[in-house]
Design a protein around this ligand. Structure first.
Ligand code: ACO
Ligand code: KIV
Length: 567
């Protein structure tokens, strides 16, 4: 603290001038071509590069998810990388609709060995790169612009020469990247790409992938978008060029930069699952794909089991995905805070009502949910963890837990009553309260205070008594009604007024409850104050008795047990 600020050591980024940019008015309407570089850029940044088994697990995951272009390694970087490429080819593990690619520097011997590593491949792309940015030309390569361009041109020639000798029968693709494109003078990057194209000679059926990396992300996303629109306008052979981007995430804006670049004309995106990759990572393919899904654009990638994807990626990379990572993190579908929980519960309730009105399944309804940008089910996550309880939770969250996990649908007044109980205990413990602990608290507070046995089958002529069940009437007849009437009479002696009996878990209006257990919630006015009780039983009358007696017991009416049993 107190050290001299270092701000003067840094300078502003010079943007390309594009005052008539058009990309801000466009929208993303279709998925781009995706390339996963998990096995190359991702792998080269790992503390422990992937073992062959981990590489294969990653490759198979990417294929299962639907990636059609997969950069499988840098064959001359290590024996493992080379052997993995050979194994894929020799064991015929590359599906017909998948194209592998490999990366190489613009160096003669490395190019020769890289081309050889692909022998026997039915289709493959060779990806050649050299740095074009001024800092690299000066510091790393000690080259003039001309020499830098020649390196790319010569690399392309060598690649074609070796491929002609070694890869007969291979449907060969070619990709060139001016590394650190974003820091390269745009005219110079264009000049190098044009020179490379002069050698490769793109034409219909012979595309070239020109891949523009923000090797180190240095500026704002819209600046990159301007650079891409500028390229889109100025590249020759445009119809035979696939304009690809390779964004890194050094400023934390890799996703934004990619999305704006798509608007600006990018047709293909290279990235890694959950944003693995050098330094702050490559752009996250999961976030990009699912961002599209939430706008109604099919990403053409299968994210339906995000947990399995995440586990496999964690296994392969030996790195954990952060709990807040978009779409895949542990906590991204979870609300702890009361107002969020309340809104989510109301959202689910409204969705159920609207689906019933429309006569369709909930899963077929448009997704409009407070605080949840995507239906967790669409990525294989369940609703159970959507709401979790701690000291910041409110009645909506507590009610959601009892409903979603335990099938207990509490009336509103009881929700507030029980939330206070939970809040008191959460404040004491400080931590999270699990759904089973919430249930145990409910049982402890309301159910365990009741006696399991109630006096039914009292004789007398059948009469009708009405209970109010979630606002609708529920008729109980016969001896059971007698029992309730008897209880009511006794309670009257004690100045207890049973105002409303709520029952949930069965169809309202039914003569007798269907199904296993019925929950009855009694809202009682006892000596002028409202006291709630709950009862749970296979028999609705028994549950009703239990609920009333629970309320009495909570109100401190200890002799209730004898009264009820005396009925
Ligand atoms: C932005 C990116 O992610 S690029 C991909 C980075 N990935 C990798 O580098 C993969 C792992 N790399 C390696 O294993 C090694 O670098 C190898 C095997 C490829 C090469 O190894 P070596 O030649 O022993 O070492 P090294 O990488 O230090 O070589 C650097 C030389 O290559 C040159 N070089 C670096 N990149 C390129 C390139 N794209 N094209 C041509 N020459 C290059 C450097 O200028 C330097 O030249 P100099 O020796 O004349 O100064
Ligand atoms: C080789 C290129 C595409 C690269 O990885 C980068 O520039 O980040």
């Amino acid at each position: 603290m107190g050290a001299t600020p270092s701000v003067q050591r840094y300078s502003a980024f010079t943007p390309v001038r594009l005052p008539d940019r058009t990309w801000p008015d466009r929208t993303i309407e279709a998925a781009p071509r995706w390339l996963s570089t998990d096995l190359r850029d991702g792998n080269q940044s790992l503390v422990n590069p992937m073992s062959p088994a981990r590489k294969l697990a990653m490759f198979e995951l990417l294929v299962r998810m639907g990636y059609k272009e997969i950069e499988v390694g840098f064959p001359v970087a290590s024996q493992d990388d080379h052997d993995f490429v050979r194994m894929l080819i020799e064991e015929d593990r590359i599906p017909d609709d998948v194209r592998i690619s490999v990366l190489v520097q613009a160096r003669d011997e490395l190019i020769r060995r890289t081309v050889e590593s692909l022998a026997g491949a039915p289709r493959a792309t060779i990806h050649l790169y050299n740095a074009t940015a001024p800092l690299f030309r000066r510091v790393v390569f000690g080259m003039t612009r001309e020499e830098c361009k020649d390196l790319a041109v010569e690399g392309t020639r060598l690649m074609m020469k070796y491929a002609e000798a070694t890869l007969a029968g291979c449907d060969l693709g070619f990709q060139y990247s001016p590394e650190l494109f974003n820091e390269t003078e745009p005219e110079f990057a264009l000049e190098v790409c044009e020179a490379v194209m002069d050698v490769w000679q793109p034409e219909p059926g012979r595309e070239i992938i020109l891949n523009f990396p923000t090797t180190v992300e240095r500026s704002l996303p819209h600046v990159f978008a301007d650079q891409i629109e500028w390229l889109d306008r100025n590249l020759s052979h445009r119809e035979n060029v696939c304009l690809s981007i390779h964004p890194h995430n050094d400023r934390g804006t890799g996703v934004a930069a990619s999305e704006l670049a798509l608007l600006a004309g990018a047709q293909r995106i290279e990235g890694c699952l959950f944003g693995n990759g050098e330094r702050a990572g490559n752009v996250c393919l999961v976030t990009l794909g699912l961002n599209m899904l939430t706008h109604g654009v099919d990403p053409k990638i299968d994210f339906s089991d995000i947990t399995e994807i995440r586990r496999t990626v964690e296994y392969c990379n030996e790195m954990q995905v952060a709990p807040r990572h978009p779409y895949g993190g542990d906590l991204v579908y979870t609300a702890f805070s009361g107002s969020h929980q309340d809104a989510i519960k109301k959202g689910f309730d409204a969705l159920a009502v609207e689906a019933a009105e429309a006569g369709v399944e909930i899963d077929d309804m448009p997704w409009r949910m407070p605080y949840l940008p995507i239906d967790p089910k669409d990525v294989g996550r369940t609703y159970e963890a959507v709401v979790r309880i701690n000291s910041q939770s409110g009645k909506g969250g507590v009610a959601y837990i009892l409903s979603a996990w335990h099938g207990l649908n509490l009336p509103k007044g009881l929700q507030a009553d029980f939330a206070q109980v939970v809040q008191g205990r959460a404040d004491g413990s400080g931590g999270e309260i699990t759904p089973s602990e919430v249930r145990a608290m409910f049982d402890d507070e309301y159910l365990s205070r009741t006696e399991p046995t109630v006096p039914l089958g009292i004789g007398g002529r059948p009469i009708a008594t009405t209970l109010y069940v979630d606002g609708a009437r529920f008729r109980v007849t016969g001896a059971r009604a007698d029992a309730i009437r008897t209880l009511g009479a006794r309670l009257a002696v004690w100045n207890v007024d049973v105002q409303v009996v709520h029952r949930t878990g069965v169809e309202t209006g039914a003569e007798e409850p269907a199904g296993a257990e019925v929950a009855v919630y009694a809202e009682c006015s006892i000596e002028g104050r409202t006291v709630w009780g709950a009862g749970l039983d296979a028999d609705v009358v028994a549950a009703s008795f239990a609920a009333v007696r629970s309320a009495l017991a909570r109100a401190g009416q200890s002799s209730v047990r004898e009264i009820a049993l005396a009925g």
